[in-house]
Design a protein around this ligand. Structure first.
Ligand SMILES: [Zn+2]
Length: 104
């Protein structure tokens, strides 16, 4: 029960819906990953927001979200880090690979 992500049949776009009332709402996301990223970033139940509040949050999320240069997943870069082209997972992975090159 709660907010779920409904994905297009061919694995494309995604929308949010309430599994209690079977009611879809909010923006159409580019993918399930985008919808999950938005829910994580939002950190509150989107059903508690009006359409207008949700729209405002969505555009706020879009403005702080980038796509990882390596895995293409959406992420919110930390301010002023050299990692702002890569998500945290890919950045850590790259750092580990670099450390292994330096200390074989
Ligand atoms: Zn990545």
């Amino acid at each position: 029960m709660g907010v779920q992500v409904l994905e297009e049949y061919n694995g494309g776009r995604a929308v949010l819906y309430c599994s209690t009332t079977d009611w879809a709402f909010g923006p159409v996301f580019a993918s399930t990953d985008h919808a999950q990223s938005f829910l994580t970033w939002l950190y509150t139940d989107p059903r508690g927001l009006t359409d207008s509040q949700l729209e405002s949050k969505y555009s706020q999320w879009q403005s702080v979200t980038k796509l990882c240069a390596f895995c293409s997943l959406p992420f919110q870069p930390a301010e002023a880090t050299s990692a702002d082209q890569l998500c945290e997972t890919c950045y850590d992975w790259q750092q580990q690979a670099r450390d292994m090159e330096v200390n074989p």
